[in-house]
Design a protein around this ligand. Structure first.
Ligand code: ST9
Ligand code: ZN
Ligand code: ZN
Length: 323
C-alpha cells in the first residue's frame, strides 16, 4: 500500500459515507414490494402538470423564464452545495448565513428535509447497490430513478440507517428548524415564492407563475437529481474505481450543475468539489469557492493529486485522462 492510499484509508475509516464491505444481503426471497399508491398518484399528477407547463412556455414573459432558471439554480444549490456536499458529506464548513440560505434553497427543492435526505444519502454511500441502499441501482433504472419513492423501503435500509452516526445533523440548529417547519417552508419556498415574485414584480399571471417557475422547475430539478441515482450509476466511464457501479456521466454533470463525476465522488466522497477538477462544468464548486472568498465558507476538503493517481493506477478502468 502506498503512503497516499494509507492516508486515504485513514481519512475514510471514521466516515459514515464510506462503503461498508462487510454487509451481506439476507439470502432467500426478497420481501414483497409494497406500492404506496398516494405517491404514485402524486408523482403522476406532478409529471402531467409539468408536461402541460411546457406548452405554456410560449405564453410566459421572458422575465418569467429567466426567473424560472434562477429558481432552478437556487433549488439545485440547496441540494448540491447544501444537502449533499455540506450536510451529507461535511466536505466544507458553512457560516450561519450561508446555512440559512442553503436551507431555504433546499426547501425550494422539496426533496424531503435535509435530515432525511442526508441520512438516506449516507446509507446510499455506505451500502451502495445492495438491499440497504434506498435507491439500489441494481434493481434497474426505473427503481433507482423514481421507483424507490413509490414503494415501502427495504427493511435493511431502515435498520442500517438507524445505526448511522447523525449527531452532526441533530446538532445543527438550521437543519432541525427546517425539520420542524418543513411543510410550511416547502409551501412558501417551492410554490409561493416562485409563483408570486413574477405576479407582483412584472405582472405575470398566477397560472403561468404556478406552472412554470414552480411546478415545471420543481419537476426538472427532481429528475436531474434522480439521474445521479439512475444514469450515473449505469452509464459512463470508471477511471477511479472499476469495482463500483457509479460512473462519470457528462450529461448528468451538465444537468446537475456538477454532480455527474459520480465514480470519483463514490471513490472520494469527502472531496468538496465532488470531482477531480475545480470549477469546470461544476457550478456548485464555483459557488462554494465564491462563498469561501466572501468569508462565508471555509475548510474545503480536497483529495491530493498523488492520492488520485495511486487510486487510478490501482483500481481505474484505464480511461483516466492521464492515460
Ligand atoms: C426526493 C429525494 O426526490 C431525492 C433524493 C435523491 C438523492 C440523490 C443523491 C445523488 C447525489 C447528489 C446529487 C445531487 C444533484 C442535484 C441536482 C439538482 C439539479 N434510516 O420514509 P418512511 C424510518 S423526495 C433510518 O415512511 P416507508 C423513518 O424515520 C421527493 N431510518 O419509510 C420512519 O421512522 P419512524 C418528494 C429510516 O414507510 C420509518 O423508517 N418526496 C430510514 O418505507 C418509516 O419511514 C416524496 O416523494 C433510514 N434510511 O416509505 C416522499 N428510512 O416511524 C417520498 C426510513 O420512527 N417518501 N426510516 O418515524 C415517502 O413517501 C416514503 O419515504 C416512502 C417509503 C414511501 C418512499
Ligand atoms: Zn451514488
Ligand atoms: Zn454523495
Amino acid at each position: 500500500m502506498t503512503e497516499a492510499e494509507a492516508a486515504d484509508g485513514r481519512l475514510m475509516s471514521d466516515r459514515e459515507d464510506a462503503l461498508d464491505h462487510t454487509y451481506r444481503e439476507t439470502e432467500g426471497p426478497k420481501p414483497c414490494r409494497r406500492i404506496v399508491w398516494r405517491n404514485v398518484f402524486s408523482m403522476t399528477a406532478l409529471h402531467i402538470g409539468a408536461v402541460y407547463a411546457i406548452f405554456l412556455i410560449p405564453s410566459a414573459s421572458p422575465l418569467t423564464l429567466l426567473w424560472s432558471l434562477l429558481c432552478f439554480l437556487i433549488s439545485a444549490l440547496g441540494i448540491t452545495a447544501g444537502a449533499h456536499r455540506l450536510w451529507s458529506h461535511r466536505s466544507y464548513k458553512a457560516s450561519l448565513p450561508l446555512r440559512i440560505f442553503l436551507c431555504s434553497a433546499n426547501s425550494m427543492a422539496f426533496q424531503n428535509d435535509i435530515y432525511e435526505w442526508a441520512r438516506d444519502h449516507r446509507v446510499h454511500h455506505k451500502y451502495s447497490e445492495t438491499d440497504a441502499d434506498p435507491h439500489n441501482a441494481s434493481r434497474g433504472f426505473f427503481f433507482a430513478h423514481i421507483g424507490w419513492l413509490l414503494v415501502r423501503k427495504h427493511p435493511d435500509v431502515i435498520e442500517k440507517g438507524r445505526k448511522l452516526e447523525l449527531k452532526d445533523l441533530l446538532a445543527d440548529g438550521v437543519v432541525m428548524f427546517q425539520k420542524r417547519h418543513y411543510k410550511l417552508s416547502v409551501v412558501l419556498m417551492c410554490f409561493l415564492v416562485p409563483m408570486l415574485v413574477p405576479f407582483y414584480l412584472w405582472g405575470e399571471s398566477l397560472w403561468v407563475g404556478y406552472f412554470i417557475p414552480a411546478l415545471l422547475r420543481y419537476t426538472l430539478v427532481l429528475n436531474a437529481t434522480w439521474l445521479v441515482n439512475s444514469a450515473a450509476h449505469m452509464w459512463g466511464n470508471r477511471p477511479y474505481d472499476v469495482t463500483i457501479n457509479p460512473r462519470e456521466n457528462k450529461f448528468v454533470t451538465f444537468s446537475t450543475i456538477g454532480e455527474g463525476f459520480h465514480n470519483y465522488h463514490h471513490s472520494f466522497p469527502y472531496d468538496y468539489s465532488a470531482s477531480e477538477f475545480g470549477c469546470g462544468f461544476n457550478f456548485t464548486t464555483w459557488f462554494i469557492d465564491l462563498m469561501c472568498s466572501l468569508g462565508l465558507a471555509k475548510d474545503c476538503k480536497r483529495v491530493s493529486g498523488e492520492m488520485v493517481r495511486s487510486r487510478v493506477q490501482r483500481t481505474g478502468d484505464g480511461s483516466h485522462w492521464s492515460g
